[in-house]
Each structure stands twice: as C-alpha cells, then as structure tokens.
Design a protein around this ligand. Structure first.
Ligand code: FES
Length: 105
C-alpha cells in the first residue's frame, strides 16, 4: 500500500466552488458541497487542465471543451466510460495528504 504524499497545506486549499491545480499540475483539487475532492488533472477528453476549469452543478468542468466530471466517480457526463482517477486523501496536521494511485490496482 503506497504511503500518503503531502500535496499542500490546508490553508492553500480552494474555497467552496473553486478549483485549482496542485502538485505541479498533476492534480486538480476542488471544494464541492463543502468537501475537498482530488482528481487527476488531465481531462479524459483531450487532456485539458481540469484544475483550470470551474465548478458547475457540483461537477468540475474542463476549460477546453466543457466536459463535466463527476467528483465522486471521476466519470465524464458526456461519456461515462471516460474517467479520471479520484484520489483518497486525509487532512492531517494542517496538510492535505493524498494516497497515490496504485498502477497495479
Ligand atoms: S480536453 Fe477537456 S473537454 Fe476537451
């Protein structure tokens, strides 16, 4: 089981309804309905930067062509077979810690 990786301090997390890029552009971090969500930053459509998008109807919307990503499943509204990874995380000692994807999972 991979170790948790520190991504940022708690005070760098986005405000409600906002989205941002973290980890050098590898992750999209958003706050939706009061919850932090951590997704892969690359849109499953054509690799647009989800962390530069916006929140609309509780989904992260890609800034390139507007695909809407479900923050619970990572599935695209436009094509549910297309998904981004949704990371497990904890907020501990004032920091966001993310469990890296396990490529063999
Ligand atoms: S690259 Fe995200 S919608 Fe096209």
């Amino acid at each position: 089981m991979p170790d948790l990786v520190r991504v940022c301090s708690e005070n760098e997390l986005p405000a409600e309804g906002k989205v941002c890029e973290m980890a050098g552009g590898a992750l999209c971090v958003a706050r939706v309905g009061g919850e932090i969500v951590v997704l892969d930053n690359l849109c499953p459509h054509e690799a647009g930067p989800l962390g530069q998008g916006m929140i609309e109807d509780g989904r992260v919307v890609c800034p390139f062509h507007g695909w809407a990503i479900d923050v619970k499943t990572g599935a695209a509204l436009e094509d549910p077979a297309e998904k981004v990874w949704v990371y497990e995380y904890v907020i501990q000692d004032g920091a966001l810690l993310v469990r890296p994807q396990n490529p063999s999972a």
